[in-house]
Design a protein around this ligand. Sequence first.
Ligand SMILES: [Zn+2]
Ligand SMILES: [Zn+2]
Length: 680
Amino acid sequence: MGSIQITLPDGSVQEVPQGTTPADIARKISPRLADAALVARVSDPAAGNGASAAGKPDSSISGNAATDTTDGYDGSSAGELIDLRRPLDHNVKLQILTERDPDSLYVFRHSAAHLLAAAVMELYPNVKLGIGPPIDTGFFYEFLREQPFTTEDLEKIEKKMHELAAQDLPNERKLVPKPEAVELYRKSDQIFKCELVEEKATDPMVSFYATGKFIDFCRGPHIPSTRRIQAFKLMSVAGAYWKGREGNPQLQRIYAACFFTQKELDAYLHRLEEAKRRDHRKLGAELDLFSIEDEAGPGLIFWHPKGGLIRTIVEDWLRAELFKRGYDIVYTPHIMRRELWNTSGHTGFYKDNMFGPVEVEKADYQLKPMNCPGHILIYKSKLRSYRDLPVRLAELGTVYRYERSGVLHGLLRVRGFTQDDAHIFCMPSQIESEVEACIDFAFAVMKNFGFEQFEVELSDWDESHPENYAGKPEDWHRATAALAETMTRIKVPFKRIAGEAAFYGPKIDVKLIDAIGRSWQLTTVQFDFNLPARFKLEYVGEDGGRHQPLMVHRALLGSVERFFGILVEHYAGAFPLWLAPVQVQVCPVSEKVIDYAKHVTETLRRHGTRVHLDERNEKLPAKIRDAQLQKIPYMLVVGGKEAEAGTVSVRHRSKGDLGPKPLAEFLASLQTEIETRAIA
Ligand SMILES: [Zn+2]
Ligand SMILES: [Zn+2]
């Protein structure tokens, strides 16, 4: 046997006998590495850094719907992932992966999926196996079984998995000739596996993995053995058609959460609990903020007085900012001739998202899915000169979009919503300052509402295919440079994604990170090189000639409904004082002090506080408990002592008892907290 050269990440080269495994090399480097190693990545030594020996990972594997795939994992970075025990037979670049490499987590989860299948086969030998890929927070495996898996079944399976894990069973790769593999599955009546081997196996030899008694058709790779798989939890069972195709047999998918460590698993489970506690649909009902009424239809939001009040405050703040920042506020109709939507192109590329046309006097009208054409008509209503530009038209514009009932979700996915929309028409020389102003506005919005963390993505075109895009290359370059330079100047890191832009222009998306670390898409600043051409927009330039203006769509909150949903979840319903629908609850301890309680209430109300007097004939603890449940920021307890001294006993929903204060002093501190829009 000859020798081969192994190039390590530090650039050093090792000459080793052919057939040496990554595990051997890990041992040579250090026992610690050998112990921590999970899988190896190999790539072509001739290729430069970042070159890929294997294809990109199947998106259906890292995503949630692996339906038409075998269940291996190639890894997201350059190179191919292989087992540590796989003999190396040619010169390669080699990297030993430990828990520190994100790709190894997918391999780990995939091995855990095999462990699940092994446990299920041991407990229920007649089950037929589907596929079992890793997913974002764990893995699933699908099974055909007559009876549904119950919670007790899941407990049993989990226990069996721990048992098998503790046996430290190796995951062994075996190559079997394809006909033999088909026969093996035919004999054991594993119909789905049989189908997979016939469809997927392209080589004469088919790879299998054995974990104890369990074997699975799988391209791998896997971690060396089961012992490390400890931090997992079987979460749920869901029905799924084989290969995701309706009409195919329905399998049961067992979903599991899975992490390297118990600590990570616990943190994930805690986050899930928190998300449940903060669910805006639950809080929306408990705090009486909004509802969706069956009689009216799905995806349509009714804002109740308390929700409506918060919305008014949000919108008033926004309108004041718009005027300060040189926008004009406009209103446009909710329904317009369908021809207009032909001109804009929406009846073509946006057709699936629109409600059907409405016929009026033999003409078709269209409920608007977007505000852009309306603003364009206002722009076009008179001849614009370069002196008029930029024109910034803003509207809290309500739009209607057809979303399938299956995807509707509280305030987050709806059929009617209001965008804080604006369209900026400007000259090329104004791009930089307009982009900067948009971004500045976006960050002011987030700061104001108490969001401090963001992620920014710049979607650029695929420069090698200009024919797929509207607009001139110089427009694309200038707009993209303006977006990138602005982000750099204001020191906000961003991710640039080539080829992700819509055909009509580059854009920046800002995602905020909420109180429990979830990210939400919010702001979009989007160039449009298409609509100005379709609507033949123009302005008279300094040279007296006609020119086409540039157009930018931008929404900061996105949808007011969705933003409100995010606010509810971010604050878990405990809105900061300036947004709280009821800011102060006055709680008299008895009937005897009702006059003083009324005096306190009236004084606060006269000074613009949103105050409520709890006049119910309830004991004080009940009054406090109810105010706490309503997440009212301040409770003022008044009894005989307070009435005599002209004070109030202040209680804060999260800080607890703050002691007695003269009424005037409390009022002054309240006003400061409101005016500064403190996020407490
Ligand atoms: Zn597998
Ligand atoms: Zn628009």
